[in-house]
Design a protein around this ligand. Sequence first.
Ligand code: ZN
Length: 137
Amino acid sequence: MLLKSSPEVICDMMYQDVCRILRMFGVRCALIAEDWRILREAVEHGALVLTDDTALAARLREYGVRVLAGRERIPLLRAVFKKLGRAPVFPGLCVHCGGTLTKIAPGYWRCNQCGHLYWRGSHYKKILKLLEAVRRG
Ligand SMILES: [Zn+2]
């Protein structure tokens, strides 16, 4: 699903998992498959791009687009927040569509865009651990 607001970060399909984490931590992140669309959207919105495609990365840099890549998840996430100049927040945005969340009850949030419901489940501690690891960077 597309973001309604302009993306700060664009991930290619290889970084689908990272895109979900970035949204979870409050980053307006778009997942885009086609190279031409990544290029167009990145130039239009001044977005940072995550891609392993070296040919695409070279083309993006020609247009002045910032590009990051890396297989190590935590250092990559730290690098993204450093480039954005801010710290991760949680809960941030809907991991499915990037929509904003509204707290509807203690420990419960709903996406304002797709209606997905979030709650403090078994994954919660793991997410906080990841958040701490990224913030330490
Ligand atoms: Zn949503």
